[in-house]
Design a protein around this ligand. Structure first.
Ligand SMILES: *Cc1c(COP(=O)(O)O)cnc(C)c1O
Length: 373
């Protein structure tokens, strides 16, 4: 991009924080437990290729995504780490996956047969087991027979066995804990039957955050790598993990001084009584900016001080800058970021928007130029 390229707004992605978080996960799970990094959904909105490259450098055992195109983009970017594809493909897509050295997840016989047909030498696959989430996976009760059946196919090697039993509070954590022994018993019985060695994985971010351990030899984490909590608000100590989405910023393109009584209409506020100063950012709904939920007020930071968001339209955000000393066109404004007490966290933005932090982060993804630090 040319040096002078017009950038109405930007996001800053902190790859150092990503690496720190990855090492913190590895430290918590201990040696002997592999870390599989979930980079699905464009690395939870943080940019899959850049994040994957750094996670691979940081020593992740494998990367995982549900999106075949995203997985292929990793290979095109020269990333050589093993990549597990969670699902979201048809048996007819299997040759495409194998040609790119991607590891398919298998949970039906049609896909397993497609792997064995397409591969010249036994191709590694992971089997996903449904331990009660009711989404993708072979039902736990049928999994033993299924794995033995597909393991006998000529060009297929069962290399991993995983399940996903996410939880977000104490009650759902207890449910997950109750389901783990059956999965561990399945892995044990397959190992005793000579299938493997298998990579086995059941636990994700919430387990690492709350110290839940199991007998598997891998974890697969997403949320905490990006500094996001997978637990309900206030249910986990996130202080050891750093936010990867560090900053969303823009510049004032306009400042307007409205005298008392002037009839202006900004975001549904008609006919202002007092004199006020407004400022405009060239970032709007099209860039992922969102207004506040009913009865909430969104804020931004200018010179380390908070200013209220008055309206968000398709291309612009209008701010109430009354009380800021002589705001100037061109001044930097932070929608997210900053330091110390003058900091707007993703959690603040999410609370104003009335949705989870991950959703707030995802909204901005791919809409703004990214600076990596
Ligand atoms: C997304 C996903 C994970 C990671 O979950 P987090 O809560 O983000 O850590 C693990 N396993 C599977 C199968 C997933 O789809």
């Amino acid at each position: 991009m040319a040096e002078t390229a017009y950038q109405p707004a930007w996001t800053v992605i902190d790859l150092g924080a990503l690496e720190h978080n990855c090492r913190e996960v590895a430290r918590r799970v201990g040696t002997g437990v592999k870390v599989i990094a979930s980079i699905k959904a464009d690395a939870y909105g943080h940019g899959a290729v850049a994040c994957a490259r750094r996670l691979a450098q940081a020593g992740c055992f494998a990367l995982a995504t549900g999106d075949v195109a995203e997985a292929a983009a990793m290979r095109d970017a020269g990333i050589r780490t093993p990549i597990l594809v969670f699902g979201s493909f048809l048996p007819q897509d299997v040759p495409y996956l194998l040609a790119r050295d991607l590891i398919p997840t298998v949970y039906n016989f049609e896909t397993a047969e497609a792997v064995s047909r397409a591969a010249k030498v036994p191709a590694p696959v992971y089997v996903k087991v449904d331990c009660g989430l009711g989404r993708l996976g072979v039902a736990l009760d049928d999994a033993g027979i299924f794995v033995r059946r597909i393991a006998s196919l000529p060009h297929l090697q069962v290399a991993g066995l995983y399940t996903h039993i996410p939880f977000f509070d104490d009650a759902s954590r207890a449910r997950t804990e109750a389901r783990l022994p059956a999965f561990e018993a399945l892995a044990d019985s397959l190992a005793r039957g000579g299938i493997g060695p298998l990579v086995t994985q059941a636990l994700a971010s919430s387990a690492v955050l709350t110290g839940l351990k199991d007998q598997c030899n891998a974890v697969c984490v997403g949320h905490i790598l990006y500094g996001l909590s997978s637990m309900a608000q206030g249910q986990a100590d996130m202080s050891a993990f750093r936010p990867v989405l560090r900053e969303i910023g823009s510049h004032l393109i306009h400042v307007a001084h409205h005298p008392a009584g002037r009839d202006v209409a900004i975001g549904g506020h008609y006919g202002i009584a007092n004199a006020m100063v407004t400022g405009v950012l060239p970032v709007g709904a099209q860039h992922g900016m969102r207004g506040a939920a009913p009865r909430r007020t969104a804020e931004v930071l200018i010179r380390g001080r908070r200013a209220k968001v008055m309206s968000v339209t398709l291309e612009h955000t209008t701010l109430d800058l009354t009380g800021i000393d002589s705001p100037r066109v061109g001044e930097k404004v932070l929608v997210l970021g900053g330091d110390g007490p003058a900091r707007i966290a993703l959690e603040d933005v999410a609370a104003w928007q009335g949705r989870p932090p991950l959703e707030a982060a995802m909204t901005f993804s791919k809409r703004l130029p990214v600076r990596e630090i």
